[in-house]
Design a protein. Structure first.
Length: 204
């Protein structure tokens, strides 16, 4: 069964990545790097939000109500703006729940890591957030995950995303990713193979 990163990589490759780059006014290479930097940040924030029972339950409820995964079947329409309205595509609203007051810090980190300017990253993150929720919603339905299961999956996938990111691009986000504040976010990673999914985004 595909994980969250696998679902995103399978749906964001090729033409859709090019369309994402066009939507934010950037070249595809920098957009790919930005995606690889942003996904660990988004997944890590979601994981933190599910560390308590109420947070995990709130996420499970939101997925059941608004995010069935169907967005992944029409990413072209979503990225072109043809799909609009409803909480499934409300990227800014999703980011507000996930990142809260840390949105600007993540934007700055992704911009520094990728070479995109802040205005481009500010367009990118609200497009990525609904995709992540769609992938998680699909995974929830496929595996019939309860709130505890969701929390566990997010823990695994957030760490997998960090390890799979190309070398050097996460340094700008280390303060955000280093949740225990010891100055080395890599200490928080699971030692597991995980590069294949993000590798698809880079054609590897």
């Amino acid at each position: 069964m595909n994980g969250i990163l696998d679902l995103l990589a399978d749906n964001l490759g090729g033409q859709n990545m090019g369309q994402l780059a066009s939507a934010i006014g950037a070249d595809q290479s920098k957009t790919q790097t930005a995606v690889a930097a942003a996904l660990p940040a988004i997944l890590s924030a979601m994981n933190r939000n599910t560390n308590d029972t109420q947070g995990a339950q709130n996420l499970a409820n939101a997925l059941q109500r608004d995010h069935d995964g169907s967005l992944l079947d029409n990413l072209g329409g979503f990225l072109s703006g043809a799909m609009s309205g409803g909480k499934a595509t409300d990227g800014s609203g999703i980011l507000g729940h996930i990142l809260g007051g840390q949105t600007q810090a993540v934007e700055q980190g992704v911009a520094k890591a990728s070479g995109l300017d802040m205005s481009q990253v500010a367009k990118l993150l609200p497009l990525l957030a609904p995709m992540v929720m769609a992938a998680l919603g699909r995974r929830q339905r496929q595996a019939n995950l309860d709130p505890t299961g969701l929390s566990g999956i997010l823990g695994q996938e957030s760490q997998r995303a960090r390890q799979a990111a190309p070398d050097g691009i996460l340094g700008a986000l280390s303060g955000f990713l280093d949740k225990d504040g010891d100055g080395d976010f890599k200490d928080d990673l699971l030692q597991q193979a995980g590069s294949a999914a993000l590798g698809k985004l880079f054609g590897r």
